[in-house]
Design a protein around this ligand. Structure first.
Ligand code: HEC
Length: 193
């Protein structure tokens, strides 16, 4: 072998060794720890109708596109936590009239031949139960489906907000963190700081 080839094969060999060693060491850390890789910031507690709605959701193959309650796919939007973003009424309307309700052009929900067109044709009672189920998928503060940003202060974010916010916005909008402080339930948020 020429010198160049030796160096090349040597480097490739080294990379393979590094990859294998890091894979196994990371895997062993993952299996040793009982903490989830990411914090779970959504929760649910189903009423009888919500529970029934979850069953109907499963029977109708919504999880082929959606992710909720720990299973499904990410083809469509994730549904966990969505009940903190919209109310029951929104879900009833969306399932029945997706194109009118969504506020943007829909991809799968709506009139045929869209792939989820069948959803709005399901029996009214089933749609209602699914809407209840959806409205009971709640998010905690800091989740991407929550209006409330993560707890804690970031001086970096404060500095960026200070630097980049147009003057007009400050008069027009409230910083959600200030809003939360002023609207906290019995000073609940203040107590945490
Ligand atoms: C073929 C894929 C597909 C199937 C099947 C499907 N969905 Fe969807 N869903 C989507 C997509 C994509 C969106 C985003 C809106 C759009 O483009 O249609 C969405 C949006 C939604 C939303 C609105 C989310 C929001 O933020 O407003 C809800 C609620 C929902 N789906 C519930 C369901 C339920 C319940 C079922 C089963 C009865 C179902 N979906 C079946 C793809 C699908």
């Amino acid at each position: 072998m020429k010198l160049g080839e030796k160096i090349l094969f040597g480097l490739v060999g080294l990379l393979v060794v590094i990859t294998v060693v890091s894979f196994f060491s990371l895997e062993s850390i993952r299996h040793k720890s009982d903490k989830p890789l990411y914090p779970v910031l959504t929760h649910y507690e189903f009423t009888a109708e919500g529970e029934r709605g979850y069953g109907i959701y499963q029977q109708n193959g919504c999880y082929a596109c959606h992710h909720a309650v720990g299973s499904g796919t990410s083809m469509g939007v994730g549904l966990d936590g969505l009940g903190s973003k919209h109310d029951l009424n929104y879900f009833v309307n969306f399932l029945k009239n997706p194109e009118k309700t969504y506020g943007a052009r829909t991809l799968d929900h709506g009139a045929p031949p869209k792939d989820a067109a069948y959803v709005s044709e399901l029996p009214e009672a089933d749609l209602h139960a699914m809407a209840v189920f959806l409205s009971e998928l709640k998010s905690d503060q800091g989740s991407s489906s929550s209006f409330e940003p993560p707890q804690g202060q970031s001086s970096f974010i404060d500095a960026m907000v200070e630097m980049w916010t147009p003057a007009g916005w400050k008069a027009q909008f409230t910083d959600i963190r200030d809003w939360m402080k002023n609207n906290s339930k019995e000073g609940q948020h203040d107590a945490k700081h």
